[in-house]
Design a protein around this ligand. Structure first.
Ligand code: MG
Length: 401
């Protein structure tokens, strides 16, 4: 059985029209506009392993307020620009007493039969009470995109927007975990690997940004980071603070986090002289300022465990450096994962400073949630000389048929 994320259309993947204080659906193709983050969010939902199915009431057809051809043009935009598996449309009004008009669960039940969906493990993301009621009637979880016009609507979970819905879905099982973050500050490079569908986040540090041509001090870092954050949203972008003074780190972390919603702040576990204040900064950012922290430059499970206790969302182990010192990183990852699971700590293990192609799967199997990899390591995972030879053979033989 598959798990699905059903999405309402108006107010979720496209804008609603506000007229005289009233909210309504677009009635002509000219009024139809997808929301900014819809394409990336739907792609992310699909990458989590869910079927993506749009279920929409369009009573304006029955009411004679919208033509079938305008609706078809809107549907064409949804099908061609968004990563969906199907779209079910109810063109009826209440008087028709059909089975498909939400809050009735007809469209969800139809999809269940067609795709063998486990509704108990599926979600409906919508912006109205009819969506949430349809979810309940079908036995799936209703996620409400909060807005002024739907305050007080009962739901499984209320979220700020589609981006937050993706974060909720990625933390609720039913799909794969994050797996690979790209180590890069180069826009073309990030774009290229995002299109391949195999990247779930980007990590940077001052050395990576310098290598990838960032100049102009903090203004240069800001411009590049905002560009990357927008490109990869809703996936996270890690950006490192450039100071080790306690007050300076707090001030800078707040500034960097304000650049975009998906920015995570990298703070080293302690200072260059072993100063312990960094953990206090990490704890304060996570608990008092609601800022996500990636605790970095760690070489052992014990460091990562304490960083997780302090509240770090991500704990980064420098795998290549651990191995360089003669310790086996696999052992550290295994111990750390066991500790986090046994103590109910939510931190995600990132293993970085990845040196060999072999490390990526080896460390994921050992229990890491995420591996950071450079583009050349990812290429090394994909391209195989025998695959090249086989493809060449297929192409040559196809010419002889
Ligand atoms: Mg709606």
């Amino acid at each position: 059985m598959r798990e699905a994320v059903f999405l309402d259309r108006d107010g979720v993947i496209n804008r609603v029209i506000v007229e005289d204080g009233q909210v309504r659906s677009p009635r002509s193709f000219a009024e139809f506009e997808l929301t900014d983050g819809a394409a990336a969010c739907l792609q992310a939902i699909r990458a989590l392993g869910y079927l993506v199915i749009v279920v929409t009431n369009q009573p304006d057809i029955a009411r004679g307020k919208m033509s079938a051809s305008d609706l078809e043009r809107m549907s064409e935009v949804v099908r061609s620009r968004l990563a969906i598996d199907d779209m079910l449309v109810c063109p009826h009004d209440d008087v028709h007493n059909c089975m498909c008009r939400k809050p009735k669960p007809g469209m969800l039940l139809e999809a269940k039969e067609k795709y063998d969906i486990d509704l108990g493990k599926s979600y409906l993301v919508g912006d109205g009470w009819k969506d949430m009621e349809a979810a309940r009637n079908a036995g799936c979880r209703g996620v409400l995109i909060g807005a002024d016009y739907n305050k007080g609507v009962e739901c499984f979970k209320r979220v700020e927007g589609l981006e937050e819905a993706v974060r909720l879905l990625s933390g609720n099982g039913g799909g794969q975990e994050m797996a690979i973050f790209l180590d890069s500050g180069n826009i073309e490079e990030i774009e290229k690997y995002l299109k391949l569908g195999i990247v779930r986040g980007v990590t940077t540090n001052p050395s990576i940004l310098l290598r990838d041509g960032v100049t102009g001090g903090m203004a240069g870092i800001k411009a590049r980071c905002i560009e990357i954050a927008k490109l990869i949203s809703p996936y996270p972008l890690s950006v490192e603070v450039t100071t080790n003074d306690t007050k300076g780190m707090l001030k800078q972390a707040k500034e960097l986090a304000g650049w975009a919603d998906n920015i995570v702040i990298k703070v080293t576990v302690h200072g260059p002289k072993g100063e312990l204040d960094n953990l206090a900064v990490i704890h304060e950012l996570e608990t008092k300022h609601d800022i996500r922290v990636n605790v970095t430059a760690m070489m052992s499970a014990q460091q990562c465990f304490l960083a997780a206790m302090a509240g770090g969302t991500y704990v980064s182990l420098f795998g290549g450096r651990v191995n360089n010192m003669g310790y086996n990183c696999v052992d550290e990852i295994g111990k750390l994962r066991l500790l986090l699971d046994n103590h109910d700590l939510d931190a995600q293990i990132i293993v970085g400073s990845t040196r060999e192609v072999l490390n990526v799967l080896e460390w994921l199997v050992a229990g890491a949630h995420i591996i950071t990899a450079t583009p050349s390591l990812i290429n090394g995972m994909i391209v195989h000389p025998y695959t090249k030879e086989t493809v060449r053979q297929f192409l040559d033989d196809s010419k002889k048929l």
